[in-house]
Ligand binder design. Structure first.
Ligand code: TRP
Length: 384
């Protein structure tokens, strides 16, 4: 009896290279990726630097994308991604992704694209109005190719990416039912803890984002981190230390929730055992914001120190970081190539590799020629 073949567990995720990564990326995804890598539960792991996607709304800004490919790679490696366990690769250098983006376009309607809530809100944010680049509107199709062309089973991303995974699942289903079963339907993996889902900006705005200038970057030095933390937005009703304070919706406490461990308390703030105790005291009154912010500085710098020193080492040999990307991209392309062969066959567009097709076409022509001959003979006989 044939043993049932196990489907390889493949993780794939990615980021647009439009800026250095910040602590919001770290708690929202990067930290988890490193954990997943070290747990070793996946057969294959891919992290894509999505430069093609970054270009969909940066066509006039190629310098930004070009520069940030290496920045994002440096951030990955310094945060602990190990290129011997995870294939880090560059999206634009995998031709199969463009090829299947194009085929997948035949399987999706315009109205389906226009309904995508993430695209809708991004369009509103960018103020494209009537001048939406076609490539931007269709990037969910390109992202479906990113996911499907590697046999991905799990996509760890934030909630805002759920519509993209849905789109990829729909395309896989549509392709499989229209042609032949080739693509797996991927599953989303959302961040585990609540505070990790979205880290607010230092100004208290809902999202940490480069354009809002409210980020703490993984590569910020100690003095910069301290300066940013000391000027952070806190509880506007907590004017004097003795006033009772609010910890909910207070970014300083949201950051502590995401980063502070009991060990940090033992080392930097021994008056309290853990965050629950500090919160209770702050809410009761008697704790000044400066004290809490100084603790947050110590915590963040403790987390960022090893990341910064790893980055510093890597920055000394940029050529070898590009080599890591190049080798990763080669490995990724081998995988995409293999899946593309099956997908082209399913669609019948593998004209030169498909020997059965050549035979079939030859037989059809042989038959046609025979019939032609028979007909000519018949006509000739009739004339006589
Ligand atoms: N859209 C993702 C983002 O903006 C980046 C991305 C591109 C991605 N391709 C992907 C994420 C494939 C997961 C899988 O963050």
């Amino acid at each position: 009896m044939e043993e049932e073949k196990k489907i390889p567990q493949v993780m794939l995720t990615g980021d647009r290279p439009t800026g250095r990564l910040h602590i919001g990326h770290y708690v929202g995804s990067l930290r988890r990726r490193v954990e997943l890598q070290n747990e070793g539960k996946f057969d294959e792991m891919y992290i894509m630097i999505a430069d093609t996607q970054a270009l969909t709304d940066n066509a006039g800004n190629i310098q930004k994308v070009e520069n940030n490919v290496i920045e994002v790679a440096l951030d990955y490696l310094s945060a602990g991604i190990d290129p011997s366990k995870v294939t880090i690769f560059v999206q634009s250098r995998i031709p199969e992704l463009f090829e299947f983006t194009c085929y997948f376009m035949d399987l999706v309607t315009l109205s389906r694209l226009e309904r995508n809530p993430t695209v809708k809100s991004e369009l509103a944010m960018r103020g494209f109005d009537e001048s939406i680049p076609v490539g931007f509107l269709t990037y969910p199709i390109s992202q479906a190719a990113d996911i499907l062309m590697f046999g991905t089973t799990i996509v760890p991303v934030g909630e805002d990416q759920a519509p993209m995974i849905e789109q990829a699942t729909e395309i896989a289903h549509k392709f499989n039912s229209t042609y032949k079963p080739v693509f797996l339907e991927p599953k989303i993996m959302l961040p585990e803890n609540e505070s990790a889902r979205r880290l607010p900006g230092t100004d208290g705005k809902a999202k940490m984002s480069k354009s809002l200038g409210n980020c703490i970057y993984l590569s910020d030095d100690e003095a910069t981190v301290n300066k940013k933390v000391m000027s952070m937005f806190t509880d506007p009703t907590h004017l004097r230390p003795e006033d009772p304070g609010h910890t909910k919706d207070n970014p300083v406490f949201i950051y502590l929730e995401a980063f502070a461990t009991d060990d940090h308390f033992a080392r930097f703030y021994p008056e309290f055992k853990n965050l629950d105790e500090l919160k209770a005291a702050y809410e009761h009154g008697g704790i000044g914001d400066v004290k809490v912010k100084k603790f947050l500085c110590a915590v963040l710098n403790d987390v960022l120190d090893p990341i910064r020193s790893k980055r510093h080492e890597l920055e000394k040999d940029i050529a070898s970081v590009y080599r890591i990307l190049e080798e990763g991209t080669k490995r990724a392309q081998e995988k995409a190539h293999y899946i593309a062969l099956r997908a082209r066959r399913a669609m019948g567009v593998d004209y030169f590799e498909n020997h059965k097709l050549i035979e079939k076409q030859q037989k059809a022509y042989n038959k046609a020629h025979e019939q032609e001959k028979a007909y000519a003979e018949y006509l000739a006989k009739q004339k006589k």
